[in-house]
Design a protein around this ligand. Structure first.
Ligand code: DHB
Length: 394
């Protein structure tokens, strides 16, 4: 097929989710040109529910870079979370322990803000394309794709960034990469429900039946999750069956009442840990889920992606503007040191709160002992608060 258009840019970004758009935004501020391609449409991305918690530095990055001020007006600052076990909630006070907060601001809103900012600044964004191919990553990268009308286009670039999510095609271009995996024997059943909020902050619950998480969205819409089997079919779950699970897991003796209502959406979210190293091969660099995924407990995924692109924008600027060829070499190590901390944090929160089939009475009592230690120890609570609100950037 003949090529319909040829573009030359400094950085071609494959993937126009929050990682790709934030990188494009930061590069624009540094005076570096980029083109973003994504095979999804803007509408598809805007309507796919993802996690809702932003670390302190993620909020700072959005605000200080001029990408979003809505996070401060429409988002909700949460100075802590509740850990609920044995039928009683215990608050972990992030503000008191670390002076930091997190913000409840759904990833879909982060995407909307970034998309608006890039559009406002004249960004070259190409959504709804097909058959993306990346070649020449060792010396002269080219991204080719087919547009919705069937015409073939090519983008030649100095660097190409794979921010193309957990089913990344760019990832496979990194030769001799090492891949680290961990499977978990459960999944989350996620629901969007029409109900008033049951609590002002998130409730992470450990119950005999398994984990549950009560999160929020608006005055009338709430997000909740409960641990389920990975093969569960959401279509088999009536509203009543869902509420039976949530009510029984949240039951207790402290007067807490879970507000219910119609279930508007239901999905099963798989659990998987994955890391690929290195995150760079020649002129190709990976960012976000393309290079690593974490289990959802603790909501680290988007925060890690934003932390990646913050480092990436800096090393790309040094490589392109200052001719510092070694700058790109530091990327993998800098990004992965945070990724492995987050892998451990997500794993730790997961194992502390979930039920594993085959667990013995000993295992269950030990798990309660761990939670009890955590809430009764300043050091234990601070460890959770530091990880949840996000470790400082170096
Ligand atoms: C949400 C998701 C998470 O995985 C989490 O740990 C906290 C909140 C959410 O969607 O609101």
């Amino acid at each position: 097929m003949s090529v319909h258009s040829s573009t030359r840019t400094q950085v071609a970004i494959v993937g126009g989710g929050p990682a790709g758009l934030m990188l494009s935004h930061l590069l624009h501020i540094a005076g570096i040109e980029s083109v973003v391609v994504d095979n999804r449409t803007v509408e598809q991305i805007e309507t796919t529910h993802r996690a809702g918690i932003l670390e302190r530095d993620s909020v700072r990055l959005l605000v200080d870079s001029g990408a979003s001020d809505r996070v401060l007006t429409d988002g909700h600052e949460h100075g802590g979370i509740s850990l609920r076990f044995g039928g009683v909630s215990h608050r972990i006070d992030f503000q008191k322990l670390t002076g930091a907060s997190v913000w409840l601001y759904p990833q879909t809103e982060v995407f909307v803000d970034l998309h608006r900012a890039r559009t406002r600044d004249g960004g070259d964004l190409r959504y709804g394309i097909l058959d993306t191919e990346v070649t020449g990553v060792l010396d002269s990268p080219v991204v080719t794709y087919t547009d919705a009308a069937g015409a073939r286009h090519e983008i030649a670039a100095d660097l190409v960034v794979g921010a193309d999510g957990s089913r990344s095609v760019c990832r496979d271009l990194v030769e001799n990469a090492r891949q680290y995996y961990r499977e978990y024997p459960f999944a989350w059943f996620g629901v969007m429900v029409q109900a008033p909020p049951s609590a002002p902050e998130l409730i992470y619950t450990r119950a005999a039946q398994g984990f549950a998480l009560i999160s929020q969205r608006t005055d009338t819409l709430q997000r909740m999750y409960f641990q389920c089997d990975p093969n569960e079919d959401p279509a088999q779950w009536s509203d009543d069956r869902i509420w039976d699970q949530l009510h029984s897991r949240l039951a207790g003796s402290d007067g807490f009442r879970l507000q219910d209502g119609p279930v508007l959406e239901r999905t099963v979210l798989p659990f998987r840990s994955f890391v690929q190293s290195p995150m760079r091969h020649g002129r190709l660099l990976l960012a976000g889920d393309a290079a690593h995924t974490v289990p959802p407990t603790g909501a680290k995924g988007l925060n890690l992606a934003l932390a990646d692109v913050r480092v990436l924008a800096e090393v790309i600027e040094r490589a392109i503007d200052k001719g510092d060829g070694d700058a790109l070499d530091s990327y993998t190590e800098r990004a992965l040191s945070r990724v492995w901390k987050a892998q451990h944090f997500s794993y730790w929160m997961t194992t502390m709160l979930h039920r594993v089939s085959g667990a013995t009475d000993f295992d269950e009592q030990r798990q309660l002992g761990e939670l009890q230690t955590l809430i009764s120890s300043n050091a234990g609570s601070t460890y959770l608060a530091e990880g949840y609100t996000g470790w400082p950037h170096h």
